[in-house]
Design a protein around this ligand. Structure first.
Ligand code: ATP
Ligand code: MG
Length: 448
């Protein structure tokens, strides 16, 4: 029989909760002071404690701290008439399972108790994974699916030469990681790996960022400066979001690829470079070539070796390994020790569509770990995270607003909100007219 200890100085609360829970078949203990509560706790080792904040002889937070120090599995649910920030934070910090405000809604209390008991049960049943003693290698690509195995093969072949590589794949599929691993496995792994994000720099500065400039080359050029190509030396220059490279720069960059030579802005002598070029994009460059947005000759130059990284939804068999990899990483970084999954979590994760791909998976797991109040990640918790319009996911997807991602995301949000346009606009952080335009522009219709 599950045991509940209720500590509150208000007898009406003690009695009504006792009656309620006794009737449900729990064994109930009650105390109207902190001291009496602690004595009962030690004697009966209850599974759940319902603890009031204001007690005649002590503060609920102090008692919570004492209870936690005993290191029993018990889950403590705090109840209070106060809504202040400090107490709530302090309680959650100390590991309270939940925090419920008065006036008490018995159903809410019951739900919290049931959840706490369920967490306890799963904690007990799930074998705990071994603790990690060292951080996982950040430059390892997880995956055993066929497309990932092929990518590993290609990386192996690339290790012996300096052939340019074009990596294509949706946002969050691991393009940058792959670029780093290519570099790490090359003969020049000890040389620099330099990233240049073509989308992050205003057009007028792209040339001097990439090629460098001489003193006095333009207003504000008070000193000469090496460009990214120069910094890459004999290593790798990673051109992220190559699809965003302005057309004028595409021509100049092609010139560099053809001659391995370039000029600093305002420079008189050409520089040479033999860095390896790895370019990445989440856009369809072939399509961009067709519509005149990307130079065909540059496209051919870059795609000597082409790596296509499939969306996570097309390689769901990689999900279990990715999950355990990320749990190691997250626990290491957050100093937590939540490694176990309730049965069904992997199935739930595998059923998701993952518009944000591997990055989204990692973020979902971070949130699950942060929210976990036992040692185990529950299916329920994953469900909540996946089905809520999760702000991290939303902003992230919006930052990477390449058209088809955007379309997909808008459609998903519309569907989720039953095509309530004003609500969707609010959630997406755009105005209603903008949303209407986008619906029209992308021809979005309700799915299903
Ligand atoms: N196969 C994988 N194994 C381990 N970690 C991965 C894998 N794929 C991606 N990641 C991790 O997921 C995150 C996103 O990956 P990355 O930044 O390489 O994606 P991207 O394709 O460059 O995304 P974007 O197009 O949005 O720039 C990173 O933290 C990366 O380490
Ligand atoms: Mg990237």
């Amino acid at each position: 029989m599950d045991k509940i200890l209720i500590i509150d100085d208000k007898h009406s609360i003690l009695e009504s909760l006792e009656m309620f829970f006794a009737e449900k078949g729990y064994r109930v203990y009650k105390a109207d002071t902190g001291a009496a509560g602690l004595a009962l706790f030690n004697r009966h080792e209850p599974d759940v404690v319902i603890l009031d904040i204001r007690l005649p002889d002590t503060h609920g937070i102090a008692l919570l701290e004492q209870i936690q120090a005993l290191e029993k599995p018990a889950k403590v649910i705090m109840i209070t008439a106060f809504q202040d920030m400090e107490t709530t934070i302090a309680a959650m910090k100390l590991g309270a399972y939940d925090y419920i405000h008065k006036p008490l809604d018995v159903d809410k209390v019951e739900q919290a108790v049931e959840r706490a008991l369920y967490t306890l049960k799963i904690d007990r049943e799930t074998p705990l994974a071994a603790e990690i003693t060292q951080p996982p290698n950040p430059e390892v690509i997880i995956g055993k699916s066929d497309p990932m195995r092929n990518i590993f093969k290609t990386i192996g072949l690339l290790s012996q030469n300096r052939a340019p590589v074009l990596i294509q794949g949706e946002t969050g599929t691991g393009k940058e990681l792959i670029a780093r691993v290519i570099h790490r496995n090359s003969l020049f792994a000890m040389e620099p790996f330099i990233t240049f994000d073509c989308s992050a720099i205003v057009e007028t500065l792209v040339e001097s960022e990439l090629f460098g400039h001489e003193k006095g080359a333009f207003t504000g050029a008070t000193q000469s400066k090496a460009g990214k190509i120069e910094l890459a030396g004999n290593g790798t220059l990673f051109l992220d979001e190559i699809g965003e490279l302005p057309l004028t720069m595409q021509r100049k960059f092609l010139g560099f690829l053809q001659r391995s030579e370039y000029d600093r802005v305002g420079g008189k002598h050409p520089f040479t470079s033999r860095c390896r070029i790895i370019a990445a994009t989440n856009r369809n460059l072939a399509e961009m070539v067709n519509s005149g947005l990307f130079r065909q000759d540059l496209f051919f130059r870059l795609k000597v070796v082409m790596i296509h990284v499939p969306p996570l939804a097309d390689r769901r068999t990689d999900i279990p390994d990715l999950v355990s990899h990320f749990l190691q990483k997250i626990n290491w970084e957050l100093g937590t020790d939540i490694f176990s999954l309730e049965k069904g979590v992997i199935d739930r994760l595998s059923a998701h569509t993952w518009p944000g791909n591997v990055r989204e998976l990692e973020n979902v797991l971070v949130e699950a770990v942060v929210r976990a109040r036992g040692k185990v990640i529950l299916v329920d918790e994953i469900e909540t995270i996946l089905s809520s319009n999760h702000p991290i996911t939303t902003t992230r997807l919006r930052t990477y607003s390449l058209p088809h991602m955007e379309k997909k995301h808008i459609r998903m949000t519309l569907d989720r909100l039953n095509w309530n346009r004003s609500e969707t606009a609010r959630v997406l952080g755009i105005s209603l007219p903008t949303l209407r335009n986008k619906i029209r522009k992308y021809g979005i219709v309700p799915s299903g």
